[in-house]
Write a protein that binds this ligand. Sequence first.
Ligand code: MRU
Length: 346
Amino acid sequence: MIVNGEHYKTVWYDPDTNIVYMIDQTKLPFSFEIVELKNYRETAHAIKTMIVRGAGAIGAAAGYAMAQAFVENDEVAFVQKAKEVISGTRPTAVNLFYAVDKVFNAGRISVSEAVKASFEVAEEDEKNSKLIGEFGNEVIKKGDRILTHCNAGWLAFVDYGTALSPVYTAAEDGKNPFVFVDETRPRSQGARLTAWELFHAGIDHRIIADNAAAFYMNKGDIDMVIVGADRIAANGDVANKIGTLGRAIIASHFGIPFYVAAPSSTFDNDCVSGAAIPIEERSEDELLYHTGPTRDGIMTEIRLASPGSKGLNPAFDVTPASLITGIITEKGIFKPGELQEKLRTT
Ligand code: MRU
């Protein structure tokens, strides 16, 4: 993705210096900064604190962190401990565990195999995101108005993204898509990250309050919904950012197509249904406080809620397969119920 005239990926790794680089997503959209992480502990901490976030991007970062550990010290006890630390950063996106396992297993052969595997994870993510864009573009018509939730754009992956990748491809195709961007409280990934991406890509969009989606669907202003996924169970149930389930229920009520875009690394055959997907509970502070610049540009944290009240902050919810029109993957668009079979045979 081009930022300030330069091509960037969300996360990248230099094995010669053993440094992982990433765009600091906690600073966006107010400032564009790159952080350098000198060892696996720093990279794991960056995943936990959401300097990098989004299923594919944390998968790539976790794979690089595992490679950093092997480069630092390939003794069994050291890399085993590193695997536990990296795996303990965030529980819901399965891409993280896929990446850690792949790099760890490769590292059993040699350190250079671990490094090679970490690059494969990131390259696969990028390649699959691009293909998702091409398949997703097939269901977008000229002038379509698309609602998206959270950020499943290029910031959430290594490049291109999933839910936004079809939008980018459609725009390149001259279809002029318009995007309704759910604010996505509590962390506002939609208002901050998706809006920033679309603005820089020159794609027409408006940020809407999370509560406004039903209003626009009822008016007939939304042609389809496309969201990402953090984990897809064997039966096609999808875990994604909190609020996704509500969008799916409303879309179903109004007969609006509801698509999920995700690479096959997000599919978890070991989870029989969505009920088995672990849902991350995050700090109540994300709900009760928010940070941003004053009108004078000074970064400030303010309390948004009544002093003394506590909050609850589940980070994801599960949308049942029955509400999903299709899952856009790097291998094609499939019904949730046929995904397991298609990913195995295609
Ligand atoms: O908590 P986050 O920002 O890491 O959330 C993950 C997501 O980015 C979303 O759920 C997204 O829609 C899934 S695809 C990256």
